[in-house]
Write a protein that binds this ligand. Sequence first.
Ligand code: NAD
Length: 352
Amino acid sequence: MSVFEHREFDGHEQVVFCHDSASGLKAIIAIHNTNRGPSLGGCRMWPYASGAEALTDALRLSRGMTYKSALAGLAYGGGKSVIIGDPRRDKSEALFRAMGCYVDSLGGRYTVAEDVGISVPDVEIMAQESAHVAGITSGGAGDPSPATAYGVYMGIKAAARHRLGVDSLRGLRVAVQGVGHVGYYLCRHLAAEGAELIVADIAEDTLDRAVREFDARAMAPERIAAAAVDVYAPCALGAVINDASLPDLQAKIVAGSANNQLAEARHGEALRQRGILYAPDYVINAGGIINISHEGSGYDATKAFAHVAKIHDTLLEIFHRADAQKVATSEAADRLAEERFRKPVEKATQAA
Ligand code: NAD
């Protein structure tokens, strides 16, 4: 089977298979769409069972980046890369240098950053071979989590306004599932505004820190999705909205940072049927990539965070469209993204 017949193939512009025998690198770079600009997306390192599994991930994730960048208002297209290997065992300088060379060979059509299994030091090695690397510490925006959390916070405010008719989160009950990098910073924003926090995490020290610092109530990880709250903020795992969890949801809003929150696309409609407002994950969690798009010698955090704050208005537009079209918010988001990337843009719309 060629890539063109692959079930995840969606008119991708370019798919590059990379092999370097000296370092053992086996990687795939997928560029989905560059109508809005050169592609940008993280590199994932994962012990894929086969090349076919890696290809599936590269095709699916690069497509997702096109939608995410379009709705974040970035002058970037969608791309993603995957390295086949175990991040705990197979990392080496030679491997990341070889990856950097492959990124560089695309001449800027793809810019790489961190993703699952890849951290800042890894992309910094790639940066020694290519200028098309984002998410590095020197001259870069660094850890994307604070920006992601700020975007989620602004998204929760938009959802509260639309669903509950309130402009302040004071007194609202918010259940945060996972208080790691993003969840922790999110709790800080929510607590500062006077929200009541319920938190869960499988890591005891991480949980204790949130309880202590934000006067939060701890709940068992397996119970938090069904907590009696206004907002359920998944900030740990994907697929948390599924056939098993849906009947027990009590929240009026689902809005958090986790990727792929809907187990299947149809669960977006199921949430709508239950009157639960869903902030589509790839819209609300775009703060990190928006921040990265501001990288460069003149990185200005104030300007970058002002751009992240626009997630609020983008979500309001999606909520209004979904209401008007009587469709799930997840579907309204996809349609709006497609409007934005299907035709080439004349000029960069990045960073207001
Ligand atoms: P993280 O690993 O720092 O935090 C995740 C936390 O969830 C950890 O503390 C972990 O112990 C906890 N956890 C794991 N399983 C759990 C469970 N069953 N119940 C409760 N807690 C559980 O990751 P992160 O960077 O904070 O990212 C969180 C989510 O947001 C992920 O889905 C990630 O893909 C997504 N995301 C993150 C960013 C970013 O900037 N970091 C950007 C976009 C999307």
